[in-house]
Ligand binder design. Structure first.
Ligand code: ATP
Ligand code: MG
Length: 697
């Protein structure tokens, strides 16, 4: 039999806190690599689960695997998603405290797969009743639907989520799932009208063309060939070998019926999807005055019919801009560029709002009504957060700025909660707390979000300023407002060296995870997210019931400006933070092993970046600051009692006394361990390894 020592050599340690050299990044990565080679894709840092995407199907998600993790103590089994899922579930049941599982990592790291596997775990292992069967189905079915409308093929991931998602699963007093609720964040709407080379639009468009019945397509005025639609060919890759659009279409159609879409709902929804495709094919030409005129009358007719609006109103709205000055309405014609802009803005608005409507519709089908189940009591909740990780590209824009800001907030929450729970455990166990040095990224969050002084405030101010505001004046204002901040650099503000690295149209933020240059081009436009008034009016007079719910007349009469995109995002983030702090958190940190989506390849450079962006070394340092290992006396005694004649075969007294006897037998030195109220704390891994090795012998 392989000894514990050589097994450790081969497969590494299953908890990074047991690394001898815990401050060494090289040792950390080596441990990951060893385990990855052995298909051991999960490793802990204390209670945090680190996961490396295997890019192949592993036989570790079967029903017997689920059973193995059900109701067992966290550390008695090898690290797994199911251990995290089960641990949260049991805390929910025994402590009656709401839980949340935060899943992070960069694109393609496996966040969405992890979320789905956790949901499946609950679906299989939780108790059932009639009502529960429907809800369980709906919870599971909400995924393919949201993925169809919110996911797309990107260069990094063939099924990349282009929105952030937080999902509450509600459990009744018996522990059965009885309801749910989804919050969505920042859908990447720009994808509707443009895709980079090698990327696609949202899946649903291709699914509809590939899978839609001839009848349906005829009604929608569509043909099967994606090449005929401007909005689908920007990335030149309508077909993807790993994706079966035709099959996925069937899954989506089934999903829609499970979440109680009737035929009319489906027709209205698909009409909108089709109208977006037609919009992409709308073209303009200039008349003698240089004003835009629609040249594709057929498209306009289809769009008007599908969206339930008047043809001439729509046509005019696309080529005019209504300005209200001194109480008078002025219809000024648009030029070619402006008309194309208006068209794209309409496509994005229609799609974006329909997506939010869809989330609401799913939520209505997941509502848990206490009244319907007298005596069930209020439900307790496990929240699952699947949200974009830190992003750094060659070119970073408004979207990356929002995403990375979100990650700063989550990091702050993580640091606060991890330190707090460490401190609380020490206190509860009556062990003196030893302060830990760590980087507090509050300074960066403030830089972004502080009132009047933060980047968001400056951006919003520029967006509101009438006349003359541009992306570059925004940058200048930033330089005036945030100068001398240690985490903010521009071409003007930097020293000799950094000047060269920051372009004249960029600002650089030193994030906790690393530095990122943001190009300001498009910031104002994206933040304003304007839809010209004429188009809004046209949409408000719709006969399509979904569009009708998406566009509210009060938007037209409301004197207040609608909130900017970044402010909406900031508010929804702060709401999210409130939700999360009210719950007990667990963390899953996902990584991808290579950029080629290949099994078996472990690219160290890529992994090192992710270890940095996820803050894993810092996480380990905080977790290891005091003691590497801690266990309940009963569990420790049970495992090692054979190593001491006094505790073998059975110890009659208190478990704590038994462990006291055991460590005396094992010759633990006083500096090596501490005895808490219910647990033994061991400072160094080598102490534990020596004990483990003794057990093997
Ligand atoms: P994004 O931020 O782009 O949405 P993501 O982190 O959600 O990325 P996923 O879509 O979950 O990434 O995973 C990408 C792909 O990696 C999956 O489609 C699947 O092929 C593979 N994958 C992820 N996790 C696993 C796993 N546990 N086992 C096998 N394959 C996996
Ligand atoms: Mg995803």
């Amino acid at each position: 039999m392989e000894s514990a020592l050589t097994a450790r050599d081969r497969v590494g340690v299953q908890d990074f806190v047991l690394l001898e050299n815990f401050t060494s990044e090289a040792a950390f990565i080596e441990n990951l690599r060893k385990r990855f080679k052995e298909n051991l894709i999960y490793t802990y840092i204390g209670s945090v689960l680190v996961s490396v995407n295997p890019y192949k199907e592993l036989e570790i998600y079967t029903k017997p695997h689920m059973e193995r993790y059900r109701g067992v103590s966290f550390y008695e089994v090898s690290p797994h998603l199911y251990a995290i899922a089960d641990n949260s579930y049991r805390s929910l049941r025994t402590e009656r405290k709401d839980q949340c599982i935060l899943i992070s990592g960069e694109s393609g790291a496996g966040k969405t797969e992890a979320t789905k596997k956790i949901l499946q775990y609950y679906a299989v292992t939780c108790p059932v009743s009639d009502r529960v069967e429907t809800i369980k189905d709906r919870l599971l079915q909400s995924n393919p639907i949201l993925e169809a409308f919110g996911n797309a093929k990107t260069l990094r991931n063939d099924n990349s989520s282009r929105f952030g998602k937080y999902m509450d699963v509600q459990f009744d007093y018996k522990g059965a799932p009885v309801g749910g609720h989804i919050l969505n964040y920042l859908l990447e709407k720009s994808r509707v009208v443009h895709q980079n080379h090698g990327e696609r639009n949202f899946h649903i468009f291709y699914q509809l063309l590939e899978g839609g019945e001839d009848d349906l397509l005829r009604r929608l005025g569509l043909d099967k060939n994606a090449q005929n639609y401007q909005y689908l060919i920007k990335g030149q890759c309508a077909k993807v070998s790993s994706i079966n659009d035709k099959n996925d279409w069937k899954v989506v159609r089934k999903g829609l019926s499970v979440i109680s879409f009737n035929d009319d709902d489906v027709e209205s929804l698909l009409s909108i999807i089709a109208s977006v495709l037609h919009l992409g094919n709308v073209q303009f030409a200039t008349d003698e005055q240089g004003n835009a005129q629609v040249t594709t009358e057929n498209q306009i007719k289809y769009i008007a019919r599908l969206l339930g609006v008047d043809v001439s109103v729509l046509r005019e709205a696309l080529i005019h801009k209504k300005i209200i000055a001194k109480g008078e309405e002025l219809n000024s014609p648009l030029n070619l560029e402006q008309a194309a802009y208006a068209r794209d803005a309409l496509a994005k608005a229609v799609y974006g709002r329909t997506f939010s409507w869809l989330v609401n519709k799913i939520n209505r089908s997941l509502i848990y009504k206490e009244g319907e189940h007298p005596g069930w009591g209020s439900a307790s909740v496990i929240g699952l957060l699947d949200i974009y990780g830190f992003e750094v590209f060659q070119h970073n824009s408004f979207e990356q700025f929002c995403i990375n800001y979100c990650n700063e907030k989550l990091q702050q929450l993580f640091i606060e909660l991890t330190l707090k729970s460490e401190q609380e455990e020490y206190e509860a166990e009556g062990i003196a707390w030893e302060p830990v040095q760590y980087f507090n990224n509050k300074i960066i969050c403030d830089l972004v979000e502080e009132k009047h002084k933060g980047i968001i405030s400056v951006l919003d101010e520029e967006c509101l300023r009438p006349g003359g505001a541009t992306d570059l004046t925004f940058l200048e204002k930033l330089e005036e407002t945030v100068k001398n901040h240690p985490h903010f650099i521009t071409h003007k503000l930097g020293d000799q060296k950094t000047r060269k690295c920051v372009g004249r149209d960029e600002f650089r933020l030193l994030h906790y995870a690393g530095e990122v240059n943001y190009n300001v081009t498009g910031f104002l436009d994206k933040n304003n997210d304007l839809l010209f008034r004429n188009l809004k009016e046209a949409m408000c007079n719709t006969e399509n019931p979904i569009i009708n719910q998406c566009f509210d007349r009060t938007e037209l009469t409301d004197k207040k400006r609608p909130e900017t995109a970044v402010t909406q995002f900031k508010n929804s983030l702060s709401q999210l933070m409130e939700i999360l702090v009210s719950k007990d958190p667990s963390y899953i940190r996902c990584m991808k092993p290579n950029d080629a989506k290949q099994a078996g390849r472990f690219d160290e450079v890529l992994i090192r970046h992710q270890v940095k962006y996820l803050g894993l070394m810092e996480n380990l340092r905080v977790r290891r600051a005091g003691f590497a290992y801690r266990r309940k006396y009963e569990i420790f005694l049970q495992r090692y009692k054979s190593l001491c004649p006094e505790t073998w075969p059975n110890w009659d007294g208190r478990a704590a006394d038994g462990v006291g006897m055991l460590v005396k037998c094992l010759n633990y030195k006083p500096e090596e361990f501490k005895m808490g109220r219910t647990k033994i704390f061991i400072r160094f891994p080598k102490t534990l390894f020596a004990t483990e090795d003794a057990l093997e012998e």
